[in-house]
Design a protein around this ligand. Structure first.
Ligand code: 9YT
Length: 133
């Protein structure tokens, strides 16, 4: 059994920040934990915008506080995000995430699991999982 507290991750390698400060991802469960998925508590900062394309992963995201917007760049559809909204990127969709008036807190699950240190490349991706990482 694994039991972890958010405070334990603060300032460790499990706390990963976007280069532009748009988000911080607290990676509770990573590939090394061996569950087959990774599990993150991510904060999207108010007023930010991030282009994302998870070409090598699928992700489910559940908003538990704050507000923002998700734009599906494959279809042009824009979805409001608030406490209680879930979205799942089951088709590797290019998308844009916008923070709203308040920081948005998201629970995120990735498979394959993130190794744990990933930040978005210029193409919006996280690199594919590799056996040597
Ligand atoms: C919701 C989302 O995709 N935010 C970007 C960060 C990512 N979820 C992560 O690494 O936790």
């Amino acid at each position: 059994m694994i039991v972890r507290q958010l405070e334990e991750l603060t300032g460790t390698q499990a706390e990963v920040k976007a280069a532009d400060g748009a988000w911080v991802s607290r990676r509770f469960l990573r590939r090394a934990d061996g569950l087959g998925f990774s599990f993150h508590d991510t904060v999207i900062r108010a007023g930010t915008e991030t282009f994302i394309h998870y070409a090598h992963h699928v992700e489910a995201v559940y908003c538990v506080s704050g507000d923002g917007e998700l734009e599906d760049l494959e279809t042009g559809v824009v979805y409001p995000l608030r406490d209680g909204t879930l979205y799942a990127l089951n088709g590797h969709e290019r998308h844009r995430l916008r923070g709203g008036r308040e920081d948005m807190r998201m629970v995120c699950v990735f498979t394959p699991p993130l190794v744990g240190d990933e930040v978005h490349g210029v193409d919006g991706t996280y690199p594919p999982a590799r056996d040597d990482r």
